[in-house]
Design a protein around this ligand. Structure first.
Ligand code: 5GP
Ligand code: MN
Length: 342
């Protein structure tokens, strides 16, 4: 990965005087990459004698708890006032795995309004908002965890990566690449994995704690979705699924239970785009996945107030489920007719 020398120098300078009070923050509904990269980066900062804490807007799914060995993750919803005070007093705020302060809900305003903090972005989403003082924005990186690893290495601090940090970084790399099966898999990435493995991490065990840790109800919900709810839109080689609050209640839905659902239709031979619509109390959460040239980042930006990556993006709809599906179908017609006219 091409990291800019001036930026590394600026980061080095920022971290050279100790101790500094530092907040590391990551996005709402934190996934393996958000939690893994955030925990590892926070650990590194503490090893450098800073006073660093890691905050996320809401708690991650239970299956990610196993990588938080030192109980470092702070969910803002739990202790808002105390955490807001810490963040408001910070000298540096690192923003990991998101590209716009809108993605961290109420935390965004606290991060924005700190008058003295240097705000540093470390992220791999497309088109970051220019609201950061120092930016490590690398959409070519398959995960923020790999970017964090690359920065640590470039700073000459790899020797500080212990087994717990290696597990966290590996979890981020592994979850964001669909277990090393999506795009942007580079020789550098696998060299990094080899280095992490040298710390003694147990890959089968990490895999199992992430992928074999679901409830029976969640498996039955997956069955229900694929059998009863998956709709194929033949003319666009697309598929979509809708998950309602009633279904969530029936299957005792817990946060994270829908992890991976949106990917399944892509296993059908001709399907190249998949959408998942989940009803929440405030909106319909939209998840999009695609293969090859189909750019769901621009699709999510244009039709669902969202964004993400070329092959994995998300957004929101503030209409009913029925209307949201109508909007999606119309958007597909427009999107593919534009694409064909390119
Ligand atoms: P997921 O479908 O797993 O929630 O998200 C897939 C990707 O899209 C992630 O990289 C995530 O950051 C991005 N994403 C999901 N929801 C939103 C959203 O509401 N706004 C933006 N800008 N990005 C989103
Ligand atoms: Mn990520």
């Amino acid at each position: 990965m091409e990291l800019k020398k001036e930026k590394l120098e600026a980061l080095n300078k920022l971290l050279s005087a100790t101790p500094k009070q530092i907040a590391v923050v990551s996005h709402v509904n934190p996934d393996g990459d958000a939690v893994g990269s955030g925990l590892a980066w926070t650990s590194l900062l503490n090893k450098l004698n800073h006073k660093a804490r890691f905050f996320v807007p809401n708690a991650p799914p239970q299956f990610l708890e196993s990588i938080d060995k030192n109980n470092e993750l702070r969910s803002f919803k739990n202790r808002s006032e105390e955490y807001a005070e810490f963040i408001s007093d910070c000298d540096i705020i690192f923003c990991l795995d998101f590209n716009n302060l809108d993605r961290i809900e109420e935390l965004g305003e606290i991060v924005r309004s700190n008058p003295m903090a240097t705000r540093v972005l470390i992220d791999h989403h497309c088109e970051p908002h220019p609201q950061f003082d120092l930016m490590f924005s690398h959409p070519e990186s398959s995960s923020t965890a790999f970017l964090v690893y690359s920065i640590i290495e470039a700073l000459g601090l790899s020797n500080l990566i212990d087994k717990t940090m290696a597990e966290q970084i590996y979890t981020g790399m592994m979850t964001d690449t669909g277990n090393f099966s999506y795009s942007n898999l580079t020789p550098e990435l696998f060299r990094a994995v080899a280095k992490l493995l040298e710390t003694g991490i147990n890959i089968p065990l990490i895999n199992s704690s992430i992928f074999n840790n679901y409830s029976e109800k969640r498996m039955r919900l997956l069955g229900h979705m694929l059998d009863q709810k998956m709709v194929i839109v033949e003319k666009h080689n697309a598929a979509y699924q809708t998950l309602t609050q009633e279904e969530m209640a029936e299957y005792e839905f817990k946060p994270g239970d829908n992890e991976g659902f949106v990917n399944y239709p892509l296993s059908i031979k001709h399907i190249t785009m998949s959408a998942f619509f989940m009803q929440t109390l405030s909106c319909i959460k939209v998840s999009l996945r695609s293969q090859g040239d189909i750019d769901v980042n621009s699709f999510a930006r244009k039709y669902f107030n969202g964004g993400g990556h070329k092959n994995a993006a998300g957004g929101k709809s503030f209409f009913s489920m029925e209307r949201t599906v109508e909007i999606f179908l119309t958007a597909l017609d427009e999107f593919f007719s534009d694409k064909n006219n390119e």
